[in-house]
Design a protein around this ligand. Sequence first.
Ligand code: GTP
Ligand code: MG
Length: 252
Amino acid sequence: MTDGGQRQYGPLGTTLVIIPTYNEAENVKPIVERVRSAVPEAHVLVADDNSPDGTGKLADELAATDDHVHVLHRKGKEGLGAAYLAGFRWGVEHGYGVLVEMDADGSHQPEELPRLLTALKGADLVLGSRWVPGGRVVNWPKSREFLSRGGSTYSRLLLDVPIRDVTGGFRAFRVDALDRLGLDEVASQGYCFQVDLARRAVKAGLHVVEVPITFVERERGDSKMSRDIVVEALWRVTAWGVGSRLDKIRGK
Ligand SMILES: Nc1nc2c(ncn2[C@@H]2O[C@H](COP(=O)(O)OP(=O)(O)OP(=O)(O)O)[C@@H](O)[C@H]2O)c(=O)[nH]1
Ligand SMILES: [Mg+2]
């Protein structure tokens, strides 16, 4: 999408990389270290849902020796969406200018963050994208690729969002753009949280830019992807699509 380069964007401010975790004991240390060396000026917030495997404690150990690392302990597993919303609130309260979403499992490569942040200088929201030219996935089974591409295509067509990778979770937001998304009303819990934010961004008229990324399948730990998450995404996206079509028919 383009606004024809008409708009002026302010300075970015300090970046907070939010990493939601649930049972990522094998991944939390390596991912935080990679972020710290890829973007040394950025801060990291691990948003842990009281992982039984001790991820939160490991994150505390990292925070104890590095003043750029912070931990948000949540009481129990409430889904990716709730963890991000809590992380966003924390970031806004602490005065960060840019909030980044990133998985803990290495699928999103911290080394690609500088490219996302450079693109954000001229945008409200930057999406790391697997499905634009130059984007790719490494080591994904065909079934997963089919689900992801299918989910993106279904969402794009039904919701009229001109975004190739609607479900991706490697994103950089300007804080003032987040304010315009109506986050208080977001109820999406799992995967569809990402679709929800993307559709809200387009609806709010934000300038959204997709930057190609190489997405790497997780090597350690277990996926939290489940049937329930896919079902939630399917019904919510369908309900949003039908709702907005009805609004159009009614002339709203
Ligand atoms: N705090 C919190 N984090 C979560 C929750 N569910 C998933 N996560 C984290 O969200 C990120 C994405 O979850 P994944 O299990 O990798 O989901 P996915 O990327 O769709 O699945 P795979 O591609 O199979 O890895 C990881 O960092 C998880 O630890 C949750 O309920 N609470
Ligand atoms: Mg993953």
